[in-house]
Design a protein around this ligand. Structure first.
Ligand SMILES: [Fe+2]
Length: 223
């Protein structure tokens, strides 16, 4: 069951990446298609959950009716080890961040969190954010691509201000580009792909831009 659900997920993830003309998206799509055609051994990822998961699952279910990728991801969720970064929990960027965030690795290198499949060169999986949750400015040496399964959400990178996105958006962060993510009034479900240095964790960096302007722009109280 997990292998067939994983193959379906990989095919649909490749489909949405192929809709984007950027070489990084096409390159990932090709790799995911090859992975789907010649599926690596699927392991038991020791399924586990995080506090915000139920809200994000309910949100994802509303998109699964229209989106084959959202549906495939919903089918995979029971097999995934959803977790939280120990360093983020030890030093959360805000008081309730730990209750409003989680991620699960679908494919990643040996030595990382439990995953369904292992690959030394690429890591991908999902991220959950609760409503009005600011994942503040951070950077890392890995090249990163996000896909917005649900929405809306706000994104900023480098010195640019917040940009809003709906669903089916692809956001690319080259290595070391500082970036931040902000959910709006709904729980948020994202897919990510990391390539390059998979061993170095993300690190928060000082920022002067708050989430307030983005939240107020969509009529939300920033507090
Ligand atoms: Fe990142």
């Amino acid at each position: 069951m997990t292998a067939s659900a994983l193959k379906t997920f990989l095919d649909h993830f490749a489909d949405v990446l192929d809709n984007d003309a950027r070489p990084v998206s096409r390159s990932h799509a090709l790799r995911l298609r090859r992975m789907a055609e010649n599926l690596p051994q699927v392991s038991d990822a020791s399924p586990s959950r995080v506090p915000i998961q139920a809200a994000c699952e309910t949100e994802l279910a509303t998109y699964a009716v229209q989106s084959p990728l959202a549906s495939a991801l919903a089918d995979l969720l029971p097999a995934l080890h959803i977790t939280r970064s120990k360093s983020y929990l030890a030093n959360p960027p805000s008081g309730d961040f730990g209750e409003n965030y989680g991620y699960g690795v679908i494919c990643g290198p040996e030595g990382g969190p439990p995953a369904l499949i292992r690959d030394p060169e690429i890591a991908f999986g999902l991220m959950f954010l609760g409503p009005k949750t600011h994942y503040p400015l951070h950077h890392h040496p890995a090249d990163e691509l996000y896909y917005t399964v649900t929405g809306p959400s706000f994104w900023r990178a480098g010195t640019a201000d917040w940009t809003g996105h709906g669903t089916d958006a692809i956001i690319h962060h080259p290595p070391w580009l500082p970036h931040a993510t902000l959910s709006a009034e709904r729980p948020l479900v994202l897919l990510y792909i990391w390539e390059g240095d998979l061993d170095t964790d993300a690190a928060f960096i000082p920022d002067t831009v708050t989430a307030d302007t983005a939240l107020v722009s969509v009529g939300l109280d920033a507090t």
